[in-house]
Design a protein around this ligand. Structure first.
Ligand code: NDP
Length: 470
């Protein structure tokens, strides 16, 4: 844990194991935080608030900029820490560190946008609109992309003059702790960023209900997000929820089949399929479906599963045992009820580590769990469709609405998809890529509020309007 700028044990002195998901060996032990530790972290963040908030946005931005440079310098070591606790291939982990640095630089670069307004009010006088930080903010981080999601929460919270208490996922606390320490080395004052490790249902809930926390930003499962929002409601916290997704992709019949099949494989199997906005359901026009599926089959079969530290590895293990059990169960339920045809994968490797092979299932029935639930693992379900209207109808047929994509060069089809797809993001001939410059978030059960861009910056500020009479 990191409270008031120092590594500290928990109030009870207890610790839990952090495991390597590729070997299931223990790689570290970290404190089991509880309600008392959350209280101490919020106190430290409150104490640090006034001096941090009264620095100029530019000064705070310069510190974030320095942190970005330090992350770039230490990216190799940070990436190894991430691979060892999360499981992803080293190259992906390295890319995530670059994403962290980019986000810090982006929020440093727009620090000048934090300013007030002067509104002339004829007959009355004039209004001065001040923009102030919210206070102590809390961030709950998941295990799938822990560095990047931390950056999306830390960047806008800190540059706007808020202080922060962060709760990492219990399977990936090491990267978040290392990055928080690095921010402190870059000049973030003691107490401005604090990290409390420990279980979600105690540490996470204590943060969500703490009266001293002004805003809570959560990324994770939809059911957990609901609990966070409920705990935050009595104290009227601002809430940002980035929840699950079951992103559809629609492939039209004018595409370059080899090229688009490669892209589909890339955006489904990145991070072993464990991204909120992975391409999770594929709808292919019937006229090209046979050729497209044959190409997918070759490409999925060629993916190499292994330890993320091996440079040959395309796909690492799942992050944790419950995650693997859930994916096995979703595939089993589909195949047992004849709701799909297994083309590649679908077996359970009898090796240490939470490995599950890249899996391709076609002719999937709309009622299959692979289409109605979020599948957070390396499984690609494929459905044949007979026109764009049918494809958009099926694409919209879940409770989720995070991202979606259309693959075509037909401008009418693109317009129809843009207008018809009910999701916070729509990609055209792309999927999954979310640069920090754009607003990111979902509709329906995929969440509330936006991360990234000026939207995230503004959601960490409140206005105070002062009207002067003439
Ligand atoms: P969770 O939502 O449980 O975990 C995400 C974060 O929330 C972790 O830091 C976790 O802590 C914390 N948390 C857990 N319970 C609570 C609580 N009651 N109050 C506050 N915080 C809490 O996700 P899981 O790890 O259980 O994954 C389950 C499913 O969620 C996946 O299969 C996937 O479908 C989805 N998911 C989606 C993500 C996304 O990016 N949208 C990311 C991760 C998961 P701790 O680790 O200590 O439990």
């Amino acid at each position: 844990m990191l409270i008031g700028g120092r590594r500290v044990p928990s109030a009870t002195g207890g610790e839990f194991d952090v495991m390597d998901p590729a070997t299931e060996s223990v790689i570290a032990r970290v404190p089991i935080g509880g309600v008392e530790d959350v209280g101490a972290a919020v106190d430290a963040a409150e104490e640090a608030l006034e001096p941090w908030a009264s620095m100029s946005p530019r000064e705070r931005g310069l510190i974030l900029h320095r942190a970005a440079e330090m992350v770039r310098t230490c990216a190799d070591d940070l990436a190894i820490t991430l691979v060892r606790e999360q499981g992803k291939p080293l190259e992906e982990a390295h890319g995530e560190m670059m994403g962290f640095a980019n986000a810090m630089e982006f929020y440093a670069s727009i620090s000048g946008a934090i300013k007030g307004d002067l509104i002339s009010l004829p007959g009355i006088g004039e209004a001065h609109v001040y923009r102030e930080p919210l206070g102590v903010c809390a961030a709950i981080i998941p295990w799938n992309v822990p560095a990047l999601i931390m950056a999306w929460k830390v960047g806008p919270a800190l540059v706007t003059g808020n202080t922060l208490v962060l709760k990492p996922a219990s399977t990936t606390p090491l990267t978040n702790l290392a990055l928080a320490e690095l921010l402190i080395k870059a000049g973030v004052p003691s107490g401005v960023i604090n990290v409390v490790t420990g279980p979600g249902d105690t540490v996470g809930q204590a943060l969500a209900s703490h009266p001293g926390v002004a805003k809570i930003s959560f990324t994770g499962d939809t059911a957990t997000g609901r609990k966070v929002a409920e705990a935050a409601a009595p104290t009227f916290k601002a809430v940002t929820l980035e929840l699950g997704g079951s992103d559809p992709a629609i492939v039209c019949d004018d595409v370059d089949i080899e090229k688009v099949a490669s892209a589909v494989v890339k955006y489904r199997f990145y991070n072993c399929g464990q991204a909120c906005t992975s391409l999770k359901r594929l709808y292919v026009m019937d006229t090209i479906a046979d050729e497209f599926i044959a190409s997918l089959e070759r490409k999925v079969e060629a993916l190499k599963m292994g330890n993320g530290m091996d440079p040959e590895t395309d796909i690492g293990p799942l992050n944790n045992a419950p995650q693997k059990r859930q994916v096995i169960e979703q595939v089993r339920a589909t195949l047992e009820s004849d709701d799909g045809v297994l083309r590649v994968g679908g077996w359970n490797p009898e090796v240490p580590g939470h490995f599950y092979p890249p899996t391709l299932i076609t002719e999937v029935d709309p009622t299959s769990r692979l289409l109605t639930e979020e599948v957070f693992g390396p499984v690609l379900p494929v459905v044949r469709v007979h026109g764009l209207e049918e494809a958009i109808g099926q694409a919209n047929g879940t409770s989720y609405g995070l991202g979606s994509s259309i693959w075509t060069n037909d401008v009418d089809a693109i317009r129809m998809a843009r207008e018809g797809l009910r999701s916070g993001m729509v990609w055209v001939n792309l999927h999954l890529r979310v640069p920090v410059e754009v607003p990111f978030g979902g509709v329906k059960a995929s969440g509330l509020g936006r991360e990234g861009s000026m939207d995230a910056l503004m959601s960490h500020l409140r206005t105070k309007t002062v009207i002067h009479s003439r």
